[in-house]
Design a binder for this molecule. Structure first.
Ligand SMILES: N[C@@H](CCC(=O)N[C@@H](CS)C(=O)NCC(=O)O)C(=O)O
Length: 205
């Protein structure tokens, strides 16, 4: 399959980790967000929202939205499960994923930050205050819940780790103070020891 990706896209980073963990044969095609490649007619044919990532299956069908991609990969490629079989445990992990995917990432996304500084003429300092506020609110909720032994839910990597690590990478890039989040910081360190996470990192792609 082919993943349309941008190295710093947190949503694409989640899917890159899954493709690596599940050892799925794939290629990465760069969509340069800074050059506006996601707004080209060719890319809008793939993803009408003009957002990265998009996943093209081997038969040419396209999946948009990283959560839908991860659900598809989890259903079809069962060699490395990323959710436990217990329904309550799986719901707990999805809860953590959604804190990141629904409540942190959308308000700190590139287009939102650009809207703040462009259309609303917010200063760079105020933009950072906005960014740090929403990250802190989400991480405050996650920190007491996560196990960090050594991953989010225990000794197996789960979907929660695939959402958390890209969000922490992004937070560090924006100089987030992580001192109140020792468990999140440990999970970040532990996951980044794993080859699948290393190869998916913006630093490696
Ligand atoms: N909910 C979407 C979010 C996708 C998204 O926001 N992608 C960002 C990069 S992480 C993007 O393409 N941003 C382009 C822009 O903001 O202009 C998903 O999970 O796929």
């Amino acid at each position: 399959m082919e993943l349309f990706t941008y190295f710093r896209s947190s949503a694409a980073y989640r899917v890159r980790i899954a493709l690596n963990l599940k050892k799925i044969d794939h290629t990465l095609t760069d969509v340069n967000l800074l050059e506006g490649a996601h707004k080209s007619d060719a890319y809008l044919d793939l993803n009408p929202q003009g957002l990265v990532p998009a996943l093209k299956l081997d038969d040419g069908r396209i999946i948009n939205q990283s959560s839908a991609m991860l659900e598809y990969l989890e259903t079809v490629f069962t060699n490395k499960p990323l959710l436990p079989t217990d329904p309550f445990d799986a719901a707990t992990i999805r809860n953590w994923c959604n804190i990141i995917a629904c409540d942190i990432h959308p308000v700190d996304n590139l287009r939102v930050l650009k809207y703040l500084t462009g259309t609303l003429s917010v200063s760079e300092d105020e933009k950072l205050i906005w960014y740090h506020h929403w990250i802190k609110l989400g991480f405050d909720a996650l920190e007491p819940q996560l196990k960090a032994t050594p991953y989010c839910f225990g000794d197996e990597v789960t979907l929660a780790d695939l959402y958390l690590i890209p969000q922490v990478y992004n937070a560090l890039r924006f100089d987030q103070d992580m001192s109140a989040f020792p468990k999140i910081s440990n999970i970040y360190k532990n996951c980044n020891q794993l080859d699948a996470f290393k190869r998916a990192s913006p630093d490696a792609t």
